[in-house]
Design a protein around this ligand. Structure first.
Ligand SMILES: *[C@@H]1O[C@H](CO)[C@@H](O)[C@H](O)[C@H]1NC(C)=O
Ligand SMILES: *[C@@H]1O[C@H](CO)[C@@H](O)[C@H](O)[C@H]1NC(C)=O
Length: 191
């Protein structure tokens, strides 16, 4: 009786082991090189993922922030993507399951969740964080252009002043030279 129980127990252990192995081999893995993505307003963000699973999975990307949750795109890997109307034109799906969002806005900051579903129905989620930052460099660019324009203007004015100064001296010398003989002439007259 006791030996039979041990035998059963061993069988269940083996079964459990097989189940674990099967489960392990079937497990979906989602590897993310970067969990957090930072991009400027109007820039683009790539949510890069590396998926391994059995068969052809279905990919679904969702956006989630404090005040809203939104489906972005869903597609069967290798097929054409069903992009939510709101994201049409600024979402690009990649054959490896990655997603690129361009023309970023402040409201795009938040969590991006990828769900990979196998044919068997098992699925796995992975979340990435996007931070959309203000475009500071545009202001800097504007400042640089402004300084260059101002500098050019100042240089031009300085050149003009230098030329005018030269011209003034030239005219002065020229007039002095022209006036001199007249003076001598008028001075010489009474003699
Ligand atoms: C997935 O594909 C995109 C576009 O080809 C590429 O930029 C990205 O690096 C790929 N990601 C991984 C993890 O291979
Ligand atoms: C695409 O997504 C919309 C919105 O979720 C859904 O109603 C529609 O059936 C989907 N189309 C396809 C082809 O999957």
């Amino acid at each position: 009786m006791r030996s039979a129980w041990i035998c059963l127990s061993q069988n269940t252990q083996i079964l459990y082991l097989i189940f674990c192995l099967c489960h392990y081999t079937q497990a979906i893995t989602i590897q993310v090189p970067r969990n957090t993505v930072t991009a400027p307003v109007q820039g683009s963000a790539l949510f890069s993922v590396d998926i391994t699973c059995i068969g052809t999975p279905t990919i679904r990307w969702m956006f989630s922030s404090v005040n809203r949750q939104q489906r972005i795109a869903a597609w069967v890997l290798g097929g054409s993507a069903n992009v939510t109307q709101m994201y049409e034109g600024r979402v690009q799906t990649h054959p490896n399951g990655s997603l690129t969002i361009s023309n970023l806005r402040f409201q795009d900051s938040g969590y991006y969740i990828i769900t990979v579903t196998e044919m068997s129905g098992s699925s796995k989620d992975m979340g990435l964080v996007l931070t959309v930052t203000e475009v500071l460099y545009e202001d800097i660019q504007f400042l640089v252009v402004f300084v260059i324009v101002l500098g050019t203007l100042a240089a031009f004015l300085m050149l003009c002043m230098w030329l005018l100064n030269k011209l003034y001296h030239f005219i002065k010398v020229w007039r002095q030279r022209r006036c001199l003989p007249e003076h001598t002439a008028t001075e010489l007259q009474p003699l």
